[in-house]
Design a protein around this ligand. Structure first.
Ligand code: ZN
Ligand code: ZN
Length: 873
């Protein structure tokens, strides 16, 4: 192969890596462990650009640490659980979960998700991700769910779990409770309805504005602001609600916004979070106007059985005719939606299991402080979230495809029997309890049909990974884990719940570092949404440009930021791969065997080694902060310019000669080092180049288990001198191309002139001469130069308009003036034309073409770094 072909190469190395098992975690090794709490990929099948980027960014960390000599723990894992799978199974099969037997539905979900795992594993391989299948897990497996249950039992026994009988966020479509973190707030335009209430005694009308008139049936109070003078007379009055004619009182409450609507608010049981607060505050009865499926209850009278939307429409119609509806206005409202399906959430009183959260806010915040957040500003997000929490975490869900809650409840008295740890994993709907009768009343125990919030499973991933409750020795070695990588949208869930749970269960932080990446947006910068039709499927892009090209794109994204997708970056990435391969091949062909460092290093070689040393240190510093975009940019720039354009050009002659070990040593050292650093980002081409050009001299079977390059000593003096040689070469080459000469054009002689030139150029003269194709090169302190005029060139654009018909004759006469007799001081040219006209031409009408010469002949002059480079063509 004389050209790099990723189509042939990428699949080849992917299968070799599997065969060699180079990514395998070695529990027997005494090397320091770097463990990654890899986000189990959700088993939904399709790879998004966000996944392709996110998992690749995590892989950068794994590959870097592997080269640094760590024993890497980087599990291949999948999240197989939860409502999204259920929703898709319902859709694909055209069924409703509640219509078929429970176990049958669970089996269908499991099969559905399982089908994707092979394909998703393949997609990871195509991206060159170095996850380890030997420590594989999936969250629906009994070995995993068992730990979720054990963790629950432990918390239950510590008194951290309770059953709450107050309203929870409820998705009427999914038919389940939701945690605060699972509610997304979105701005929607909705109608604010101004409706008439009536003062029972005086018959006066009291207008009230509401966005939810269908909740009139549950109206319990009307509130005004205590300092609102226009409403003072209402406080303590009794009003009658329209349609339902229910009697309610007007109270004063400082939470009322006197500027919103009419400044008079109806408090219902229960429309939104504010209602809920008022209900708690005034100890109001919880009358539910809406049931679990989102339909109106009997409280709603003639609206019973209608959906919320239908009831709203109908009640507005019904108020129109008797004039109870005054007017409607558009208003912008912040509506809570189910994060899975987008249905507006309701507050319903359905008893749920809670984990105590709010009382531990301070301890969670303290633990947040013990973790290193990358980027640092993401820490503020979790701190804000913790500070904003007003409710405990509701962990029960009324769903199917998830981990069962391991307990039974007495039908008669509600007494709870929780499973023993040794019984887990257990499905209490399938397995009878160990005690036959309720210990309190002798009643019958019934297994809980509730399941856990999916975050109950994922929030123990560090415990699962570190062999908690299975291998105390390994747990000691693996906990806390080194790194939790994740995206910013799940800070308030995954990151928060993990810290909370591990704080309560272990009392020690779950990881040392957190690395948070952003989203990939559509090319126009908007979020990608199927509904906007702007999603981009990464698979055709990977098939078009290759896995390394997609990884290159990922390497251009800075941590923590959202990025608009740029296909152009994949093009740049595939070009870089070819460049890397070609440069390494050149080194491979110049160096037959591994070159030794010579006693005395040539100045140009010292220069590149020192520059490379600085690069290695800088890349290490950036990688240690997970700023991989900065590293990739540095490596790319160095490889392409400093190394390929400058150093290789300067050292080529020596490298190919048989008696210069120094150039070979520098080429090999810097080349292989660069390749190793680039292998973090472009693992396929790096492996290919390693096998093609270096493997014959290197021990490790794969570049990915080789050692991170050692950084050569810095040498400021060598850098100063080498920069000088490089700049001379760059300047003469650019002079060649601006004069229409090819870079290979021979030059008779070059002089580098200046007081410090001899010192700066010492030792590199021959490299510079050969690179510039100069027959001779000399470095001098000074040269006597003479300036003379070579030609006088008429400026046609000035002469034509000024002299019209005479311009032609003037041009001829100007051109034929003998330049040696021209008096520059005078600056004026006097001519007499054939028609007798005498003209005087100032310097705007002609240009003097000067030339320089020395005793060696005619030359051209360019300035570089404060000295002169004289070129004798
Ligand atoms: Zn939902
Ligand atoms: Zn009982």
């Amino acid at each position: 192969m004389v050209q790099y072909d990723w189509r042939e190469s990428e699949p080849k190395w992917q299968s070799k890596w599997k065969e060699w098992e180079i990514y395998r975690f070695d529990p027997a090794s005494d090397k320091e462990i770097f463990s990654i709490d890899n986000p189990p990929r959700f088993a939904s099948g399709n790879l998004h650009l966000g996944h392709a980027y996110g998992y690749t960014a995590i892989d950068f960390a794994a590959r870097y640490k592997r080269l640094r000599g760590y024993n890497i723990f980087f599990p291949l894992c999948f999240d197989v659980n939860g409502t999204p799978v259920e929703v898709r199974v319902e859709k694909v099969k055209g069924i409703k979960a509640s219509d078929i037997p429970r176990q049958e539905f669970i089996r269908m979900c499991s099969e559905f998700a399982e089908n994707y795992i092979g394909e998703m594993t393949k997609q990871f391989e195509m991206l060159g991700e170095s996850m380890d299948p030997s420590i594989y897990y999936q969250t629906d497996a009994e070995y995993y769910r068992r730990l979720t249950q054990i963790s629950f039992v432990k918390m239950f026994k510590k008194g951290l779990v309770y059953k709450g009988h107050f309203p929870v966020n409820w998705c009427t479509r999914c038919g389940t409770a939701l945690a605060t973190a699972e509610v997304n707030y979105e701005h929607c335009m909705t109608q604010l309805n101004f409706i008439r209430f009536r003062d029972v005694e005086t018959g006066d009308e009291v207008p009230i504005a509401t966005t939810r008139p269908e909740l009139l049936c549950t109206c319990l109070l009307v509130a005004v602001h205590p300092d609102d003078p226009s409403k003072a007379h209402l406080i303590g009055r009794e009003l009658a609600t329209p349609i339902f004619d229910k009697r309610i009182e007007v109270i004063a409450d400082p939470k009322v916004d006197p500027q919103f609507g009419t400044g008079t608010v109806m408090i219902c049981s229960i429309g939104d979070k504010d209602d809920l607060e008022w209900i708690m505050k005034y100890h109001l009865p919880l009358e539910e106007g809406i049931d679990k499926s989102g339909c109106m209850t009997s409280i709603a009278g003639e609206y019973e059985g209608m959906t919320v939307a239908d009831a709203r429409r109908q009640i507005i119609e019904d108020m129109r005719i008797p004039g109870l509806l005054i007017k409607q206005e558009d208003t912008d409202q912040n509506v809570g939606m189910c994060w899975r399906c987008g249905t507006p959430i309701e507050f319903l009183k359905v008893p749920q299991w809670f984990i105590k959260t709010t009382e531990f806010k301070d301890r969670v915040l303290a633990m947040v402080d013990e973790v290193d957040w990358h980027p640092e500003f993401m820490k503020v997000r979790i701190q804000d979230w913790v500070n904003s929490l007003a409710w405990d975490w509701v962990v029960s869900r009324q769903r199917y495809f998830a981990t069962a809650i391991p307990l039974w409840e007495c039908e008669d008295c509600g007494n709870v029997l929780v499973a023993e740890e040794s019984e887990c994993y257990i499905d209490p709907t399938e397995t009878p309890p160990s005690e036959e009768k309720c210990s309190a009343c002798g009643g019958r125990y019934v297994g809980s049909t509730d399941v856990f919030d999916t975050w109950m499973d994922s929030s123990i991933s560090p415990l699962f990974n570190s062999y908690w409750e299975r291998d105390p020795e390994m747990f000691k070695r693996l906990y806390p884990m080194s790194l939790r990588p994740q995206s910013h949208d799940i800070i308030r869930t995954w990151a928060f719940y993990t810290i909370l749970r591990e704080m309560l269960l272990i009392g020690e932080k779950p990881w040392n570092d957190v690395m948070i990446h952003g989203f990939i947006m559509a090319p126009d910068g908007r979020p990608m949404h199927a509904s906007s039709g702007n999603t981009i499927d990464p698979m055709p892009l990977i098939e078009k440009y290759g896995g390394d090209a997609m990884r290159y794109y990922a390497s251009t994204c800075s941590l923590g930021m959202d990025h608009a997708f740029k296909e152009q970056e994949l093009v740049r990435g595939s070009r870089l791969a070819v460049k890397v391969w070609n440069v390494m091949r050149l080194i491979g062909s110049a160096c037959g065997k591994r070159p030794e460092r010579p006693e005395k290093v040539h100045p140009i070689d010292s220069w590149v080694l020192s520059k490379f040393g600085a690069l290695v240190r800088e890349v290490e510093a950036r990688n240690d902060e997970y700023e991989f975009d900065r590293s990739m940019a540095l490596i790319q720039d160095f490889l392409w310019h400093e190394f390929a354009d400058h150093y290789i050009e300067l050292a080529k002659q020596r490298a190919y000669s048989d008696n210069d070990e120094g150039a070979k040593y520098a080429l090999y050292t810097v080349g292989l080092g660069l390749l190793k650093m680039a292998s973090v980002f472009l693992p396929h081409v790096a492996e290919d180049a390693y096998q093609t050009s270096f493997k014959k001299n290197e021990e490790p079977v794969s570049i990915h288990i080789s050692e991170w390059p050692e950084a050569p000593e810095l040498d400021d003096d060598a850098e100063r001198k080498g920069d000088c040689a490089r700049n001379v070469v760059a300047a003469v080459r650019s002079w060649k191309s601006s004069n229409g000469l090819s870079l290979n054009t021979e030059i008779q002689r070059i002089e580098i002139v200046g007081e410090t030139a001899a010192e700066l150029m010492f030792g590199s003269e021959e490299d510079v001469r050969a690179t510039l194709k100069a027959k001779e090169l000399q470095v001098l302190a000074s040269v006597e130069l003479e300036e003379s005029i070579k030609r006088i060139k008429p400026v046609h654009s000035r002469l034509g308009p000024e002299f019209k018909a005479d311009a032609k004759e003037i041009t001829e006469k100007l051109s034929s003036i003998d330049p040696t007799s021209f008096d520059i001081e005078e600056g004026l040219v006097r001519l007499t034309l054939s028609n007798g006209r005498a003209v005087e031409l100032g310097p705007e009408f002609y240009k003097l073409e000067k030339h320089l010469s020395s005793d060696k002949g005619e030359l051209e002059h360019i300035s570089v770094d404060g000295f002169s480079v004289l070129i004798y063509r």
